[in-house]
Ligand binder design. Structure first.
Ligand code: 13P
Length: 320
């Protein structure tokens, strides 16, 4: 078995009460780091990617390569997930390409402002009908997770409301729900250590109790470790200080009902640290094979640690 849906992957995780990391990839070597880490730790895993956010110039080229790569890991249960699909059309393209899960992000309107509940329901429902007819899982978003996927804008955080979450799930039939509980996307999150008043994990518990068959997703949950930022900055980077979501908070969230833990920036930082260190160690080198391999190995080390932390390590046999 290789490709499974998020519904299957997360149903098993819910039954055994563990979390599954969904790691953003922007390149094939990053995807290989995720899959190698999953293989090394015997983990199920979610590989996720944003449309257009890669160096290949064409989603269909990158997505085809991702699927071909996943074929090389028959022992790893993997869901291939579209992160933050902006439109129905983008989700349809991903489903046609072979993704087993898509996210339709109906939380913002075309101008980037919070969308109405009704328009979010309408667009999400269209994707659910199309995807479920084809055996593909769907994630929706309620409330607005702050920050931005690429750091260029900063959407306001609008927290998810438990009663609305229950109504949203009933009206759309989503398999997974991204809930805004105070996290934000990107490499710049909190300017002070997050406290209970910033990250509203109590909301996770309230929502989980109301939608027991829908898998909750924590977006924007990178930790932004000092150690990774220091490695990048020691080799010419200039990544400003910021606090992310502490490891203990992620473990607490899983205990309260979060099943899918989205992490992009930590993986990007670890990969970039490896690349920068390789280039700094040998300034005359111009061989991408060497520095990209260093990025992959650096990322894999971090990903293995996260798979152990989330409890997915050692769980692949549950899918066989
Ligand atoms: P980070 O920006 O914290 O890595 O979160 C990624 C994410 O939530 C992707 O949807």
């Amino acid at each position: 078995m290789t490709l499974v849906t998020n519904r299957t992957l997360l149903d098993v995780a819910a039954g055994a009460a563990f979390g599954v990391g969904a790691f953003n990839v922007a390149d094939l070597t990053m995807a290989q780091a995720v899959l190698d880490a999953a293989r090394a730790t015997d983990s199920p895993v979610i590989v996720e990617t944003l449309a257009g956010s890669h160096p290949f110039g064409s989603d269909s080229v990158f997505w085809g390569l991702l699927l071909r790569l996943i074929d090389d890991y028959p022992e790893v249960p993997v869901a291939l997930h579209l992160d933050h699909g902006p439109t129905v059309e983008t989700c349809v393209r991903a489903i046609s390409a072979g993704f087993t899960s898509v996210m339709i992000d109906g939380s913002l309107d075309a101008s980037g402002l919070p969308a109405s509940f009704e328009s979010n329901v309408a667009v999400t429902r269209r994707v659910v009908e199309y995807a479920h007819d084809r055996g593909v899982s769907v994630e929706g978003e309620l409330g607005t997770i702050g920050g931005s996927k690429d750091g260029s804008t900063r959407a306001e955080i609008v927290l998810a409301d438990p009663a609305e979450a229950a109504a949203f799930v009933a009206a759309t039939g989503v398999d997974a729900l991204a809930v805004a509980v105070g996290t934000s996307h990107g490499a710049y999150k909190f300017s002070t250590p997050p406290s209970g008043s910033v990250l509203r994990l109590d909301l996770v518990a309230s929502i989980a109790a109301l939608v027991p068959s829908t898998h909750l997703v924590l977006h924007g949950s990178s930790s932004l470790p000092d150690e990774l930022r220091a490695r990048v900055n020691a080799c010419g980077g200039a990544v400003p200080s910021s606090w992310g979501v502490a490891d203990e908070e992620k473990v607490k969230a899983i205990g309260l009902g979060v099943r899918k833990v989205n992490q992009g920036m930590d993986h990007y930082l670890a990969f970039t640290a490896g690349v920068r260190e390789a280039l700094a160690a040998d300034p005359g080198s111009v061989d991408p094979a060497l520095y990209l391999a260093a990025g992959r190995e650096s990322a894999q080390r971090l990903l293995e640690e996260r798979m152990v932390l989330f409890g997915q390590a050692g769980r692949a046999p549950l899918y066989r």
